[in-house]
Write a protein that binds this ligand. Sequence first.
Ligand code: NAP
Length: 496
Amino acid sequence: MAGNGVFAEILDGEVFKYYADGEWKKSSSGKSVAIINPTTRKTQYKVQACSQEEVNKVMDSAKSAQKLWAKTPLWKRAELLHKAAAILKEHKAPIAESLVKEIAKPAKDAVTEVVRSGDLVSYCAEEGVRILGEGKFLVSDSFPGNERTKYCLTSKIPLGVILAIPPFNYPVNLAVSKIAPALIAGNSIVLKPPTQGAVSALHMVHCFHLAGFPKGLINCVTGKGSEIGDFLTMHPGVNCISFTGGDTGIAISKKAGMIPLQMELGGKDACIVLEDADLDLVAGNIIKGGFSYSGQRCTAVKVVLVMESVADALVEKVKAKVAKLSVGAPENDCDITPVVSESSANFIEGLVKDAKEKGATFCQEYKREGNLIWPLLLDNVKPDMRIAWEEPFGPVLPLIRINSIEEGIHHCNASNFGLQGCVFTKDVNKAIMISDAMETGTVQINSAPARGPDHFPFQGIKDSGIGSQGITNSINMMTKVKTTVINLPSPSYTMG
Ligand code: NAP
C-alpha cells in the first residue's frame, strides 16, 4: 500500500512529505495540494505545497551536493543507480497502486511503467559508463596554417543543477528518464512532479533515497505548477531544464534564462494509410496507438489519414476492434479508463461537440460518465474541425479521408506539432519517401508511433520540442564539453 512499510516515513498524517537535503519534510507553508482520483473524483492523496523559501533552500543544497557528486568516480555513480533500479523494481506494487489511484492508469500498465523505469535507470548507468568514459584527442595540424604544436583533450562535464518537470501521464518513467542521465553525468536534481502523479513520483524518489545517494543530490518539491512553476523555472540556481508536458513548455522556453533546455511537448501524430497497406495490421495499430491509456500519450495516433479507396474497409475493421475494448475502472485493468481530470474530459467533449456540429460521422455513440469517456472513432473529419488539429488527449480519434499521398503529407506538415507519425504501406520505397517528407521527429513504418525502446532517440520539431531525448542523447544533453589544450614549444610528429 502507498505510504506504508518502507514508505511510511514519506507520509505525515494524511499528507505526503517533500524530499530535500536527504530528508522527508513537512512544508512550513502549512498548505497542501489535493490529488483527485480520476475514477472516484474524490480526494485520494495530499502533498505539500512547498514555499519559495523552501525552493531556495533546495537549490542551495542541490548546488553543494553536485560539487561533491561530480568528484565521485563514474563507476560509483553507476553502482548507486543500479541499486536504485533494483529497489524500484522490488517496490513496484505500491508505486503501481498510486499510479492507478492518481492517474487512473490500468493496473497492468502501471506495473509495466515502474519496471520499465528500473530498466531505464540500469541502462542509463551502463551507457553513462561507456560514453562518459571516453573523450577526444585532437591535433592542430589538420587545420590549415597550423603545425602539430597543440594537443586538445576533450571530456564531458556536468552542467550543475537539473530541474526536471515531467507530465502526469508517465510520472515515474518520464521522471527517471531525466533523473538517471542527470545523475550519471554528475549533476544534481530538483524534481517537480506533476500534481496528478506526485505520490507515485515521491515513492520513486524514496527508492533513490533507500539506495543511499548523498544528501541534497536528489530533491523533490511538490506544489501546483501554476503556483511554484515560474519560481522554479526562472530560478538562478537552475543550470538546465528538462521538461515534458504540453504548451506550458513553450511558455517556459520564453521565460527561462540562458541555460540548456530539453523540451518534449505535445503531438498530433498522423497515421498515413496507403492503398496497399495490410488493413488488419493498420487496425490493430490504430487501436493500440490511438486508445492505449485512453489516448493520453504524447505519441498516441491522433489523426488517421487514409486513402479514400480503402477507408470504408479500414473503418469497419477499427469499429469491430473498438467494440471489443473494455471500459471501466483502472483497478479492473480496463482498456479505457477515466481521463485524468474533469477539465480534461470537458475539453475532449468540446472537441466532440464541435465535430458533431460540423458534420463528422460518429462510428459509435458518444458516451461519458464523469471522467470516463467511451472510445470514439470520428469518420469524415474535415480540416475545419478542431479535432483535425488539436490534441484531445482522450479516447477520441479523428479519421480524415484523403485522395492522394500529397494530401496526407500536407495535412501532417500543416500541424504546428511535429512529434512522430507513421505510415502503413508494403512499398518500402514509398514509405521512405513519405518519411522524409513528414516534418516530424520520428516516423514509424508499419507500426504506431512510440517513445520506446527508451534508448532510441526521441524528439519533436516545431511546437513538439527542443533537443532530443533517449538515454544517450539525454546524457549528452546534460553535459558540456570541456577542453584542455597542451601547447608544445615546437611541432611534434609521431615517430619523428
Ligand atoms: P502540462 O499541463 O504541461 O504539465 C506538465 C508539467 O508542468 C506538470 O508537472 C505541471 O505541474 C507542470 N507545470 C504546470 N505549470 C507550470 C509552470 N508554469 N511552470 C513549470 N511547470 C509547470 O502537461 P500534462 O497535462 O501533465 O501532460 C500532457 C501533455 O504532455 C500533452 O500535451 C502531451 O502531449 C505532453 N507529453 C509530451 C511527451 C513528449 O515526450 N513529447 C510525453 C508525455 C506527454 P502540475 O501538474 O502541478 O500543474
